[in-house]
Every structure is written in structure tokens, then in C-alpha cells.
Design a protein around this ligand. Structure first.
Ligand code: AMP
Ligand code: MN
Ligand code: MN
Ligand code: MN
Length: 280
């Protein structure tokens, strides 16, 4: 099935509205869609209404920022009740501190001669509670400091670089519990993106399972084909269901469009098999 269960709208760091994403997903042949804004469910009602208008089956979604072993890990939640009060409060807490962090990022950039980056980044923000590194990256590209967003991340926004500010996000256990207690399934997003040692990665997968996590992204816009093969094996080893999602953010920036990834390998159980009664 052409399921695309990972993408971002203007409610977080995407450039399209939930309505435009629903239309694009439908046009690209997506058969099951989820909008997974970072640390936010504020776009879920709009996404569901837009999916209905397109005749596109929909699962609720979010992508929660977690700190694990001193690194940021993303946990995707699918098929939960978006109005669950513990989930909504937990996500609000996770978003808290983004503005202060952004001010500190701006201070760091000012030290290397890039002035007023906070104000510049704000021009790209659709949700005042969700200023992210992506918005800074867009501002630095627009003002000619770098030629594309990946260059901005490489030179300014990753660990050790002038605009990088370490941040404490949610705990793994909290994120998994918010999702599962709201009736959804927790999924480890793009596992190949983390710089973990084999021991740390083993700890991530084992602790995730122990807390009630059930799935892992195998086919994602962030994985090479070799990485997909590797995490298909990890899914089987840890008895996790598999998810598939482009992680689409923007027609200008994203390499992989909605609905254009290879299908899940046949030997894996798709996450949507566990969510049949949650599809809206
Ligand atoms: P934040 O939550 O503010 O730390 O921002 C994280 C977001 O930055 C991710 O969700 C991606 O959209 C984006 N991002 C992270 N690393 C890169 C990169 N190397 N190139 C482009 N975008 C990136
Ligand atoms: Mn993002
Ligand atoms: Mn992510
Ligand atoms: Mn994402």
C-alpha cells in the first residue's frame, strides 16, 4: 500500500498547509496519509477534514522530540486520540523552551557576524510555539549566507557549530506513554539518522520496546536503500512493525515527495495492520 505516514505542515517546519499536503498526497497516489508535525497536534483536525475532502484515508500523527543518550531522537505517534489531555499537555511542555532556545541560537550566530537571525527566522514561522532550526535555515538561505538548508545545518546548526544550542526534549518513556495511552502506536523515526554506537542503538530499541513502543520506520526519505535493508532486519530482530513515510517538508527543499518511496519489504508487518480500526 502507498501509505505515507510522516510529513510536516506550516504547523511545524513544513512550508505547505495541511490542506495543500492532503491535495498533494492524493495527487501523488497516497492511499493512507498521516500529518506528523513536530511536538504538535494543532493541525490534526484540519488534516483530517482535508483528507476527507480528498477521499483519502487518514491516521492522526505527530513526531515527538526526545532526548536519549545525550542525543535527539524522534518518535512518531500514529492513530491516537488527538484530544487526549495528557498527550496535549505533554506536547505543550515539549514545545516550551523553543523560543528561548531560538534566542540563544540567534546569540550564537551573532557572534560569527550573522545579526538578527531570530527576527529573520520568525518570518518563516507558521506557529509561534514552534520555531525550529529549519526556520533559521530558511532565513540563512534567503539572505545568501548559504546556498541550501543542508549547508546551513552543516555549517551553523549542528553540534559544535555557532548556532547550535543543546536542548532537553521529552524522555523516551514519556513520549511512548503519551502516544500509547492516547490509543496510538509509537514508532522510532528514521533510525539511521542518529549517531549512536551499536550499544546505544541496542539500548534505544530495547528501552523503546520495554516502554510499549511497537514500530520502526524502515522506508523513509531519510534512509538509503542499504539503511532500509538494515532496519528491516532490526524490525524483525526486535519484533517491531514497520512504517513508511517521506518526511516531506517542502517542494523546494525535500528530496523525496509525498507518496514516492519504495513499498515496504514484504516480510515485514506494516504498522497500519495494527491500526485498521483507527483509520478515518
Ligand atoms: P529542531 O526540532 O528545531 O531541532 O529542528 C529539527 C529539524 O531540522 C528536523 O525535523 C529537520 O526538519 C531539520 N533538519 C535537521 N537536520 C537537517 C539537515 N542536516 N538538513 C536539513 N534539515 C535538517
Ligand atoms: Mn522537521
Ligand atoms: Mn525527524
Ligand atoms: Mn519529520
Amino acid at each position: 500500500m502507498n501509505a505515507d505516514l510522516h510529513c510536516h505542515s506550516v504547523i511545524s517546519d513544513g512550508t505547505l498547509t495541511p490542506e495543500a499536503l492532503a491535495e498533494r498526497a492524493k495527487a501523488n497516489g497516497v492511499e493512507l496519509w498521516a500529518l506528523t508535525d513536530h511536538d504538535e497536534v494543532g493541525g490534526q483536525d484540519r488534516a483530517l477534514a482535508a483528507a476527507r475532502a480528498q477521499g483519502l484515508p487518514y491516521l492522526t500523527g505527530t513526531e515527538i522530540s526526545v532526548t536519549f543518550a545525550h542525543q535527539t531522537v524522534h518518535i512518531v505517534g500514529l492513530g491516537f486520540d488527538p484530544h487526549n489531555s495528557a498527550l496535549v499537555a505533554g506536547l505543550r511542555r515539549t514545545r516550551g523552551g523553543r523560543s528561548e532556545r531560538a534566542q540563544e541560537m540567534s546569540d550564537g550566530l551573532a557572534k560569527v557576524g550573522i545579526k538578527n537571525a531570530y527576527e529573520g527566522a520568525l518570518h518563516y514561522v507558521g506557529n509561534p510555539e514552534l520555531i525550529s532550526r529549519t526556520h533559521f535555515a530558511r532565513h540563512l538561505v534567503e539572505t545568501g549566507v548559504c546556498s541550501d538548508t543542508s549547508e546551513v545545518f552543516r555549517k551553523y546548526l549542528t553540534e559544535g557549530k555557532p548556532g547550535y544550542v543543546p536542548h532537553r526534549w521529552a524522555r523516551l518513556q514519556e513520549a511512548v506513554q503519551w502516544i500509547t495511552e492516547a490509543g496510538g502506536i509509537a514508532v522510532i523515526a528514521h533510525p539511521a539518522r542518529y549517531g549512536f554506537t551499536p550499544n546505544e542503538e541496542y539500548a534505544l530499541f530495547s528501552e523503546f520496546k520495554a516502554h510499549g513502543g511497537r514500530g520502526v520506520e524502515v522506508i523513509t526519505g531519510s534512509h538509503s536503500s542499504q539503511e532500509a535493508v538494515r532496519y528491516a532486519e532490526t524490525a524483525l530482530e526486535f519484533d517491531l512493525v514497520a512504517s513508511r513515510g517521506s518526511d516531506f517538508h517542502s517542494p523546494e527543499e525535500s528530496r523525496i515527495d509525498l507518496g514516492t518511496l519504495p513499498l515496504l519489504p514484504g516480510q515485514l508487518t506494516p504498522v497500519w495492520d495494527l491500526l485498521a480500526d483507527r483509520i478515518q
